[in-house]
Design a binder for this molecule. Structure first.
Ligand code: NCD
Length: 309
């Protein structure tokens, strides 16, 4: 694994290795990597959880995060993201984490840089580390994936979280179902759509999504539209879920829209556990990228350092 930009073309074994490594880190901790390692966290879109958990994960691994604020960088002078990333590479970054509003940015950087690139969300494209932390959370619950029924609910069309998860969950043998407003259905994902009332009866995992207002042409008031009652997880629906079923949401949560505010911290909610798992999931990815397979290979790493200069 050289980069982590998509869940496509990743084998079940590869995904499972990362899930298990993240889980192991959460139980046993990890020895920091040796050497001076720098990470550039290039966030061009707002972020609370992802950016902070990358920084915490980096520090726990002994990686030094490099300061970058798009608004105070040469991006304001018209510098391209490619030149910004190349600059960080030249200065000595060993790893690039990138979030951007444009799809495929991370793939493009991965093709042109000689340091690992991690996609922290590219427009409506993918969000593979969010997917991995979701998988870790599911694994901690069920210790398996095969045969689990996972419903992804909400703004499927505009959600990078939905895309990465649908791909990886089906690779791992889960039964994936989608639900949501018809105008947000996405034909590029070949899974069955069910109604929310059907979904709550079948789901072992109910994965809710935030409505991606910033990616819509028009902003509509979801409260006025009665979104929660029609498509969201109400208290009445939650009561009908399977006894063991869990609720996930990548957050930020629109309380009272995707989910009743009283359910955000209910017994079956794993929303804050997901955030906690964001740190170990990102540690597992960075460790693997920097050490090729999770076993720190000093010789290889030194070669990489020498190449970067
Ligand atoms: C997600 C994202 O940015 O795609 N948030 C996150 O990383 N936890 C989900 C979202 O914003 O809806």
């Amino acid at each position: 694994m050289e980069h982590f930009v998509t869940m496509k073309e990743k084998s079940a074994a590869e995904i499972l290795q990362l899930v298990k490594r993240a889980n192991e880190i959460s139980q046993k901790g990890v020895n920091p990597l040796k050497g001076q390692i720098f990470a550039a966290n290039l966030f061009f879109e707002p972020s609370t959880r992802t950016k902070t958990s990358f920084v915490v994960a980096e520090r726990k691994l002994g990686i030094e995060p490099l300061e970058f604020m798009a608004d105070h960088s040469s991006v304001t002078k018209g510098e391209s993201i490619y030149d910004t990333a190349k600059t960080f590479e030249a200065i000595g970054a060993n790893l690039i984490v990138v979030r951007h509003q444009e799809e495929n940015i991370a793939n493009q950087l991965a093709e042109s840089l000689s340091i690992p690139v991690i996609n922290a969300g590219d427009g409506t494209g993918e969000h593979p580390t969010q997917c991995l932390l979701d998988l870790v959370t599911i694994y901690q619950e069920y210790q398996k994936f095969k045969g689990l029924k996972v419903v992804i609910a909400g703004d499927i069309k505009h959600s990078r979280v939905a895309r990465s998860n649908a791909i990886a969950l089906s690779t791992l043998g889960c039964e994936v179902y989608l639900t949501g407003k018809e105008e947000w259905h996405d034909d590029s994902l070949a899974f069955s759509y069910v109604s929310m009332d059907e979904a709550i009866e079948i789901a072992d995992v109910m994965m809710l999504l935030r409505i991606q207002h910033e990616r819509h042409q028009q902003r509509t008031s979801m409260q006025q539209e009665g979104y929660l009652e029609k498509y969201g997880l109400t208290v009445e629906r939650e009561a009908k879920m399977k006894k063991h079923a869990i609720i996930l949401h990548p957050a930020p949560v629109n309380r009272g829209v995707e989910i009743d505010t009283n359910l955000v911290e209910c017994e079956r909610s794993r929303i804050f556990k997901q955030m906690k798992n964001g740190v170990v999931a990102r540690m597992a990815v960075m460790e693997t990228l920097l050490t090729k397979g999770g076993n720190f290979n000093e010789e290889d790493f030194n070669k990489r350092q020498a190449f970067i200069g």
